[in-house]
Write a protein that binds this ligand. Sequence first.
Ligand SMILES: [Zn+2]
Ligand SMILES: [Zn+2]
Length: 231
Amino acid sequence: MSLFIDLIFPKFCLGCQKPGSYLCHNCRRKIPLVNIALCPLCEKPSPYGLTHPGCKTSFGLDGMVVLSDYQGITKTLILKVKYKSVFDISKTLIDIFIQQHPSFPFLPDLVTYIPLYPSREKERGFNQSLFLAKLLAENYGWPLARILTRIKNNRPQMSINNFQLRKRNIKGVFSIKPTALIKGKNVVIIDDVATTGATIFEATRVLKRNGAKTVWGMVMARKQPIRYVKT
Ligand SMILES: [Zn+2]
Ligand SMILES: [Zn+2]
């Protein structure tokens, strides 16, 4: 089946158009990997991306693992995953993520993802964050759980530049599925990209308000600085 698809839609490197794969070896080396992990709140260095004890808030993230900066070839790859449903690109990103992060300072009970509004998911045909979460869960041997739902069809965050407006736009968008058992659980939440961080911070707030013990974020790319403002 894969060979069949390759014959109809030959693969070209998204960085340099070289045929054969979506990311050639040369362009793979150009991925702007995050070499120094940062606290997701103050964005200063912190081992593994742990939130500094002094930066912690009651309903905030406990840490965030980031693969790459949201620029250059990474930006091209993520935009393709988002809009063109090219699953091979997700696999490429996850392969690099796993290589970069062989272990973590935490052991999650559950891994989940940022949901799309149902009509938007239907229109797009897939949720890129769910796809990434499935691959990560499989690779690390973590149980994948559908915990969050999107109860409001808010404007796409990408269309808003200002952090405060993004925060307002995402407020109250998520809810917990009635069947989700997260009390006392250590949860990892996956998204493709954190631009201002507003989405992952809001999802974390909902998870913690519903009893999650710790919440770590995991994103393929981060736009720096994410300009988080403590509330
Ligand atoms: Zn290339
Ligand atoms: Zn900090």
